[in-house]
Design a protein around this ligand. Structure first.
Ligand code: NI
Length: 175
């Protein structure tokens, strides 16, 4: 496995519509493993292939869903790999939350997102997968899927501002 370089704006690959994945062979498997390692090292809770200069419709997300029971043990983070993801359902309710992005260092912004979504796509072996996400997990998926269409969070932000980030601080892709 290898750490990949995360590209930042104004790198053109971040503004391109990414290509559909059709080949689930060893190269894709290596890219997925490397993206997971790169996301964890960043650290971040999601990463889209264009952020590692691969114009492919592929995202990885790793996040522990918050429990509604405050006495519950903290949940284990769950890893999602979604190839060719599509948002097929959205809630009526939207929420505003503060996001950051590994490809736009030192900027945060308030972004309105659907509170809950359904994502359909394929797993790393090419089999169909469906994920229902709400809250912060739904926000991460919306942020990462935007990257596949060349959209970054500042395009959608109602306001954005500069921050001093600490090394190791998790923002979204980094949310
Ligand atoms: Ni991002």
């Amino acid at each position: 496995m290898a750490l990949l370089e995360i590209v930042t704006l104004p790198e053109p690959v971040l503004r391109r519509k990414a290509r559909k994945v059709t080949d689930f062979g060893p190269e894709l498997q290596t890219l997925i493993d490397d993206m997971v390692e790169t996301m964890r090292a960043a650290p971040g809770v999601g990463l889209a292939a264009p952020q590692v200069a691969q114009s492919l419709r592929l995202i990885v997300v790793e996040y522990a869903e918050e429990s509604e029971d405050e006495n519950a043990e903290p949940a284990e983070p769950k890893l999602y790999t979604v190839v060719n993801p599509e948002i097929t359902r959205t809630s009526e309710e939207t929420v505003i939350g503060t996001e950051g992005c590994l490809s736009i260092p030192s900027i945060l912004g308030d972004v309105e997102r659907f509170e809950a979504i359904t994502v359909k796509g394929q797993n790393r072996r090419g089999q169909p997968t469906t994920i229902k996400a709400k809250g912060w997990l739904a926000r991460i998926f919306q942020h990462e899927i935007d990257h596949l269409d060349g959209i970054v969070f500042v395009d959608r932000a109602e306001k954005a501002w500069k921050v001093e980030t600490q090394p190791g601080q998790v923002l979204i892709d980094n949310v």
